[in-house]
Write a protein that binds this ligand. Sequence first.
Ligand SMILES: Cc1ncc(COP(=O)(O)O)c(C=O)c1O
Length: 415
Amino acid sequence: MSKLALRGGEPVRTRPFPSWPVFDRREEELALEVVRSGRWWSYTLGEAVAAAKEDHAAPSSKVAAFQRNFAAAHGCRYGIACVNGTAALEIALRALGVGAGDEVIVPPYTFVATASAPMLIGATPVFCDIDLDTFNLDPRRLEEAITPRTRAILPVHFAGLAADLDAILTIAARRGIPVVEDAAHGHGGSWNGRPLGSVGAAGTFSFQVSKNMTAGEGGMVITRDAALAELCESLIWAGRQPGRPWYEHHRLGWNYRLTELQAAILLAQLERLPGQTRRRQDNGRYLASRLREIPGIAPLAVPSYATGHAWHLFVFRFLAESFGLGRAEFLRALTAEGIPASSGYAHPLHRNPLFQQPGLPLDYARFQELCPASEQACAEAVWLEHRLLLGDRADMDDIAAAVAKIYEHRQEVRP
Ligand SMILES: Cc1ncc(COP(=O)(O)O)c(C=O)c1O
């Protein structure tokens, strides 16, 4: 095989991978409809529940239509659209009664929002380590994280791979603790045939630009519980209640509403999601099978309960010793071959400055010992963005060929 690109050889790949976001005339059409209508805002208070009724006329509001369509596509009757995935977590937790002094169990290998959302409503995140095979919350470690103050368990379907909900829900049910699924990576994915986000008391999604569907920003809470949906909706409408006067506020709430323009774009993105999900799944499975043949490359496991991987990220563990190279050198060589990749989270959440401030209710330093798998995940992970999986078979072959080429020439990578 030819010389490494890092050493002046021909890169495996010079063509770009698909760019993200993907959009076409459909997004333009729906967004233009909103612009031209002058209806950039809609009174949708009450719609989350009303629009879910079978005899309800098709909503003319894009937000109401998107809530209904997204929830239905994800196995729930009710959807509450909001400004982003962090807000969705705050809303769901607050609606479930989580507040000051309560504890919420979260994994430390995730975006900060999973832990900061509980903090933003006065609660305390308690970290529970992950399973190194899946990078998802390890149910074997869950019991030891539960205290009398635990009010919610917040597993993440990391990278779009279902968390072990069977085990988590069994423990949660025994202890009477609700489960909120952080499905920010999980659009279109499933667990035992059920859509991610639809299994726990509530599920939350993000439509920030990196996600599998996007309007730049945006979020959603889904639930099967009408009363919870009503409460969530009230919380994003400044504590208002449907049918009551405009300046009557029943609870402390936010203005966390999504706009009609964002909802228009998201309606189009939702139409495209099933096809894109199938493509990511085909390519994800194939790429994992190719990469598994290379020493030191360990794609994350896909357990049988993860019936539909949403592949928000393609993640593998880079085992430096087996590969014969450090991860930073490997990533440099891979990028030079034309394959964009990154090492993901630099450290588990509890090692962020946020958790080292004085005056926090917990000593977060102790999680360094309690969460060794998260430390190892941060040291070994390699992430590929989902847009790479929107390519074709030949694109996957290029990724595998680049990794194999670096393995063959590993002695030459080091300067
Ligand atoms: C796992 C996870 N949860 C929550 C969020 C928060 O979503 P947003 O950025 O829309 O607030 C993100 C966003 O990156 C995420 O990755």
